[in-house]
Design a protein around this ligand. Structure first.
Ligand SMILES: CC(C)(COP(=O)(O)OP(=O)(O)OC[C@H]1O[C@@H](n2cnc3c(N)ncnc32)[C@H](O)[C@@H]1OP(=O)(O)O)[C@@H](O)C(=O)NCCC(=O)NCCS
Length: 200
């Protein structure tokens, strides 16, 4: 019996370096731990995620980065540090995660509060979606946000996602309870595919 992990089609050896107009998306390093700690130490940011505790201990940032390496090695997810090219600062994270089989994916991201409002999340999400569509050949990508996080919904819509109309109660570790969540989907043959970038 083989213990070999079946990796998704097109899976790279390492998370690829992706360059956009203002951002560099690269593989995480343990040296990013202080940035990840800063990112998720914001209770407001943690509340928008499902599994970030409050308080977020500095050592949890190292564990978070190690988890991302594990997901990648098992073909379960690929994460990038979002680096502002002009400053060289790590300002957030973005990732694609396998949901069911190797056909359905999910996207997630976070940008530090002090860098929000500059279009960075949208630029990063368009970049990874374009890479994923062309390299992994995914057919559908799902996403979701808590109902009290309309900025994330705007990022998704600008990336070509559409609301599914479904809402569910999702648990958030930082909230310590379930809250209303809204679901979105991107499909490869949708006229809102990211290459169109119609919503600006
Ligand atoms: C949500 C988040 C990713 C947005 O990052 P960002 O870099 O500021 O996003 P962008 O600048 O690309 O786009 C934000 C959009 O939301 C809009 N927006 C911001 N606050 C809003 C609000 N309260 N209501 C509606 N729209 C809002 C902005 O105007 C912008 O849209 P526009 O370009 O049409 O004007 C960032 O705030 C974040 O990381 N939050 C915490 C973690 C999180 O929510 N992650 C996603 C989990 S689903």
């Amino acid at each position: 019996m083989s213990n070999a992990v079946e990796l998704p089609r097109g899976w790279p050896d390492t998370p690829p370096l992706l360059i956009s107009e203002r951002l560099t998306l690269r593989a995480f390093r343990q040296q990013d731990a202080s940035a990840i700690h800063k990112l998720f130490s914001s209770p407001q940011t943690a509340r928008m995620a499902s599994s970030i505790p409050v308080p977020f201990h500095p050592h949890a940032a190292n564990g978070w980065i190690s988890c991302r390496s594990g997901y990648f090695a098992r073909g379960q997810g690929i994460s990038w540090a979002v680096v502002e090219s002009s400053s060289g600062l790590t300002i957030g994270d973005i990732g694609l995660f396998v949901r069911t089989g190797h056909e359905n994916w999910e996207i997630g991201y976070a940008i530090m509060e002090e860098f929000a409002g500059n279009g960075y999340a949208t630029e990063a999400s368009r970049t990874v979606m374009q890479w994923g569509a062309s390299t992994l050949g995914f057919r559908t990508v799902t996403a979701g946000h808590f109902a009290d996080n309309p900025a994330s919904g705007r990022v998704l819509q600008k990336t070509g996602f559409v609301p599914t109309g479904e809402s569910q109660m999702w648990y958030s570790l930082a909230r310590g309870e379930k809250s209303l969540g809204l679901s979105y989907i991107w499909t490869a043959d949708d006229t809102t595919a990211p290459s169109r970038q119609s919503a600006s």
